[in-house]
Ligand binder design. Structure first.
Ligand code: SF4
Length: 261
C-alpha cells in the first residue's frame, strides 16, 4: 500500500484498521511516548484503543516545562500513564556534559590521570543510556508487554527499534509512522487538529533535555528556540558549548600536528 502523500484520509484509515487488528491480538501494550511530533502522531493513530495502552514517558529529570505541561495533558487524557523518572542533573554532575566529540582527558578518569579540575564530559550515548533508554528498558522488563508502540521513523537519523512488525524480547513492535517523512507527520497532525508544539517552528527535532550539549548537528533550531523562550537555560548551555569547543579544539590541534605529509 502506498504511503500517505502528504495526507491521504483513505490511507490513514486503512492504516488505523491495520493497527486495530494488531492491537486486538494483545493485552499488555506499552507506547513509548516522548511528546515529540512523531509520538504525538503515533498516539493519534491509535487514539481509539487508549483503554488498552499504557503510555510510558521516560523523563530524564531535565525536561522542559512545556514538555511537562504536554505530559500532564496526555496523562489526563489517557487511562494508563507511567512516568519513568531519572536524575540527569546528578548523572551529569558525576559523569560530565554529554558531547558528540569526546576529549578523553575531560572524562572523569581522564581528569584524574591528567590532574586537572576542568569541566568533565561524556559521550552522549552513555548519558542517554543512563537517563532515558536504561530506565525505559528496566520498566519494559518489569511490565513485560506483548506489544510495544514507538514513534520511530525509517528516515530518523538515530533510532532504537527500527523493525515494524518484528518480535523483540518477546514483544511485537508497532511503528505507526515508520514510513512517514517529517512533512507527512506535520500534515497529519495539522489535519487531525493535534496541536503542534511551538518549538517545531524552529526546527524538526524535539526538545528532550534542557541542558543537553550533544546532537549539535541538529540542534541549532533548538538553540534559537531556547534563546527566545528559555534565556537562562540558553545562557548556561551556550557557556558549556563554548567550553566543549575549547576542549575539542585542543585535541584537534594535537591531531593536526600528528598528521604529517
Ligand atoms: S538528551 Fe542529552 S542530556 Fe538528555 S539524556 Fe540524552 S545526552 Fe543526556
Amino acid at each position: 500500500m502506498a504511503d500517505p502523500r502528504p495526507y491521504d484520509p483513505e490511507w490513514i484509515e486503512a492504516e488505523r484498521a491495520r493497527m486495530a487488528d494488531i492491537i486486538a491480538r494483545h493485552e499488555r501494550i506499552v507506547m513509548q511516548f516522548s511528546g515529540g511530533k512523531d509520538s504525538l502522531a503515533s498516539l493519534q493513530m491509535v487514539r481509539d484503543h487508549l483503554e488498552k495502552i499504557t503510555v510510558a514517558w521516560a523523563n530524564s529529570g531535565d525536561a522542559f516545562p512545556e514538555t511537562v505541561e504536554l505530559m500532564d495533558a496526555v496523562r489526563a487524557r489517557v487511562p494508563y500513564f507511567v512516568e519513568i523518572k531519572a536524575d540527569q542533573p546528578s548523572h551529569i554532575a558525576a559523569m560530565g556534559w554529554p558531547v558528540d566529540l569526546l576529549p578523553v582527558s575531560r572524562t572523569p578518569l581522564g581528569r584524574i590521570v591528567n590532574r586537572h579540575n576542568l569541566p568533565i564530559m561524556q559521550g552522549w550515548p552513555v548519558c542517554c543510556g543512563a537517563n532515558l533508554w536504561g530506565p525505559m528498558v528496566n520498566f519494559l522488563r518489569e511490565f513485560r508487554p506483548t506489544l510495544v508502540i514507538l514513534g520511530t521513523k525509517a528516515t530518523d537519523e538515530r533510532k532504537g527499534l527500527d523493525c515494524d512488525g518484528s518480535i523483540v524480547d518477546g514483544a511485537e513492535v508497532l511503528l505507526p509512522v515508520h514510513k512517514w517523512t517529517h512533512d507527512q507527520v506535520f500534515a497529519f497532525l495539522k489535519r487531525e487538529g493535534v496541536e503542534i508544539p511551538e518549538y517545531y517552528t524552529f526546527g524538526t527535532t524535539s526538545l528532550v533535555c534542557r541542558h543537553c550539549t550533544a546532537f549539535v548537528a541538529e540542534n541549532s533550531g533548538k538553540m534559537r528556540y531556547m534563546r527566545e523562550r528559555h534565556p537562562v537555560d540558553f545562557g548556561e548551555v551556550q557557556r558549556r558549548l563554548r567550553e566543549i569547543k575549547r576542549a575539542v579544539s585542543v585535541d584537534n590541534a594535537a591531531l593536526d600536528a600528528c598528521i604529517i605529509g
